[in-house]
Design a protein. Sequence first.
Lengths: 434, 293
Amino acid sequence: MSDHDPSRQGSRRDPGSDAWRRAEYPPQSPPHREPTPAAGTFQPRVGSRYAIRRVGALVVVLAVAGAAFWYFGIRDDSETAIEPAPELLELHGWAPYWALEHSTPELRLRADYFSEVSPFWYQATGVETIEADPNSPDRATAAFLRTARLEGVRIVPSIIDKLPAGEMANILSNDDQRRRHVDAIVAFVEEGEFDGVDIDYEQFAFADGKGTWDTTRPSWVAFIDELSGKLHGNDKTLTVSIPPVYDDGQTDDSGYWVYDYAAITPMVDRIRVLAYDYSTDEPGPVAPLRWVERAVQGTAEASGDPSKLVLGLPLYGYNWPIGVEGTCPENDPSIGRTTVNIRTLDALIEKRKAKPVYNENTGEYSFTYRVKLRGGGQSCKQTREVHYVDGTGAQLRLEIAREADFRGVSLWAFGFENGSVWNRIIPSLAKSTD
Amino acid sequence: MQVHLVDGTYELFRQAYGRAARRPDAKQFAASIGVLRSTLALFSDGATHVGVASDHVIESFRNDLWPGYKTSAGMPPELLAQIPMVEEALDAMGVTTWAMVEHEADDALAAAAAIADADRRVERAVIVTADKDLGQCVRGTRVVQYDRRNRLFLDEEAIRAKFGIGPSSIPDYLGLVGDSADGFPGLPGWGAKSASAMLARWEHLESIPDSVRDWDVAGLRSPATLAVALRDNWSEALLFRRIATVETDVDVGSVDDWRWTGPTPEFARWAERLELPQLADEAATVASMLAGR
């Protein structure tokens, strides 16, 4: 499927109503299989013998380990004692309007696992204006909210910064405008009878330029301080979704320090760390493992409280043009970089007879294929390269968060996943009903 | 090569209510024997690669989605007891068997059909079931459904003739009209004719315009009522479609795994347990016949 045409933050940008309507349905079968089968479904007769062998081997290993434990007199209170297993994680999910046909019914099945869901179709378009994206379908968005309420899932809608570069920073730097903006958000939450709000203002990081960060940073902290005070006064929660830092400094290598993790952590309920979109200008991995580790460690260090941190899990990829012969048709959105997600990938792989290759270093798959494009009397042959994170990759990143004592993970996006993602992450998730 | 993918649960029930099982002198395990014999018949007719999917547990993840979804309640216990029995007997007969727990037999069949469809060596994949849900897996004349009882092959053209819509719209269709056999009701006022007419025009639910003024479908009865029902029950429509959509993310191995090479030595014991020892000889005969081809 050819998805929307994203820019730098393409994976989180709305695709426009056409793309939503273009969504292929139903999802095709996966022609490639993951390294290990999904848990608990098919009971292979032959496979069970292997399972017995594995259990036998485990028993032997445990027996030997137990004997060594006894022989060498290792005590429970020694430094080498087994560490307690990391806590189970809470689950968040951004639910973009263009994937509601999947996320709405799925919410019924997965409601117990969600700590909070964030409808992803609200945007700040002025000091006091917060409105639904005009492309979001009323019928589908209303149904999602109704389902979440029926299932008792906390609704914490995301508000994105839809203003031109620099304008939100200007609003926040003006005491009066900032106060009015805070009041508008609080009123939005009250009127919508939401449980809280997720502030997802990424223009500071990706549009305003680093030169503005010194002045934006204190305004942002003041904004969060005032907003959290008013929301908490109304028994509402405040979540923020922001890109990562790699340390607690303010250097070129420190990441997106404009968001001042240290200052805002005590004020907010949760910080969702957007640890993806690593490759945006050239073909490459979405969220390579070492970079994710660096982001996780950096944000944990800078925030000082990983129990408020939630790692964003990418369930998508990018499809890049890397070579072309001829002249491609103008105005064809599929000639540039497009996005794919786990649900749509299988159809693409099958259609192009592609053979995804797993990279152990990045924890991601990639493949290339060639395609002919025609239109308007022009034609070209493109070579395209796809990089993506699959269910196994989501699990790997989740475990990084878990090991770092993060509070949870958040799906970008709820509705992009397939059954294999659930099979892989569910064992590490806490049920919200527990 | 042709691939045959059999709905074992449907086949067991078909055999249980068939003529042989209803005879006064019918054996206790007549239904299971019927499944084994009908599978052998496939091999006698030239099938080489066969997989049988069954509902090891009738309840599946779909029961968590909709409280009224079908359960094992009310099903004859003596028949339910034969499900694991026939799975093991088929396994001993050397037939690839997918005993589903979290998912359903339909999901395994869909996953296997997709794998077969993607394999260039496969000329045709035949899904042996009369269940209309599986119509969504039909692709041209390459992946087809076979209704054994009526001896009817359904390719994509036949699906269109039967439902008025293509295979890709079958889940949407069931989302609107429901499926009483599976236990979900569909939307008020929506019936086969209206769903078929609308999806023939718009293919999927999302494409149906919000405003009834844009419903340019001739002969639709009470379109305004239908539009209100769709608007007010949109999440249910999506939910029922989700329930009706087969999951292909099920591990069923590859086409090569499904090749039948004859019964295992264990099968003779199963034939005795089923009080039909000659069944082992029948299986061995079919296997040698197949090997000689």
